[in-house]
Ligand binder design. Structure first.
Ligand SMILES: O=C(O)CCC(=O)C(=O)O
Ligand SMILES: [Fe+2]
Length: 224
């Protein structure tokens, strides 16, 4: 069922977002493009300062709860991390949140709330797509709340002793956590339809604790 044309049509709006964000990132001297063809993936090393990383880690530790899944999947081991919604209006979060939107050139109202994740040893987020599968029951609601997810921006807040890489098995890249590193990718294909090859996994942490923040962008206004 997944990935059929009928359920994943091309979209001029999402195609345009993909192109404008890529163009903007490629014009930024701090950004590097991954040398793969399956998806548009970019890196920005040392994007966040140590001070900002530590501040976010403290907030995640203070506000964390068990991570949830939107999907109808009922595998209890699918996503075993803790999550924390970071208050976008707080004076510490707001500048970081807005800086990310501005880097990609996407209006802040299309960005979901920055979400923190914490993985202890053994915890993971199994292979998934960040875009919404329109065949799943959550889609009707998501459609009303900003529509499809386009870009993902993810920042590693610390180095992890062992494990915890972000792995794109079909696109063929594996990114090891590195403090301050921002990873960004377009979940859509050039025609604006979902790109199956963006399938990715937060591999289990073996040693240490992994902290990240993730920001997902919608095709339309999310923040009302
Ligand atoms: O933990 C990771 O490396 C991946 C996290 C992820 O895929 C997500 O938050 O959507
Ligand atoms: Fe993801």
């Amino acid at each position: 069922m997944l990935g059929t044309r009928k359920n994943n049509p091309a979209s001029p709006l999402r195609a345009q977002i993909g192109q404008s964000v890529s163009q903007r990132l490629e014009a930024n001297p701090g950004v590097k493009k991954a040398k793969i063809t399956a998806a548009d993936v970019y890196y920005y090393p040392n994007y966040l300062s140590d001070r900002d990383c530590d501040m976010l880690i403290d907030k995640i530790d203070a506000g964390r709860r068990r991570s949830t899944l939107l999907s109808d999947t009922h595998d209890p081991y699918f996503r075993t991390s803790d999550s924390c919604d970071l208050d976008r209006w707080s004076p510490e979060i707001r500048p970081i949140d807005e800086r990310i939107s501005n880097l990609l050139g996407i209006d802040t109202v299309k960005g979901e709330t920055l979400q923190g994740q914490r993985y202890a040893p053994g915890q993971q987020f199994r292979a998934h797509h960040d875009y919404f599968h329109t065949t799943e029951s959550y889609w009707e609601r998501m459609k009303q709340e900003g529509g499809q997810r386009t870009w993902t921006a993810m920042i590693y807040l610390n180095d992890v002793e062992e494990g915890g890489a972000t792995w794109f098995p079909q696109a063929g890249i594996r990114v090891a956590p590195k403090r301050g590193l921002l990873l960004m990718w377009n979940n859509m294909k050039p025609d604006g339809s979902p790109n199956d090859l963006t399938l990715h996994e937060g591999m289990a942490v073996v040693k240490g604790t992994k902290y990240i923040v993730t920001k997902w962008f919608r095709e339309d206004v999310w923040l009302k």
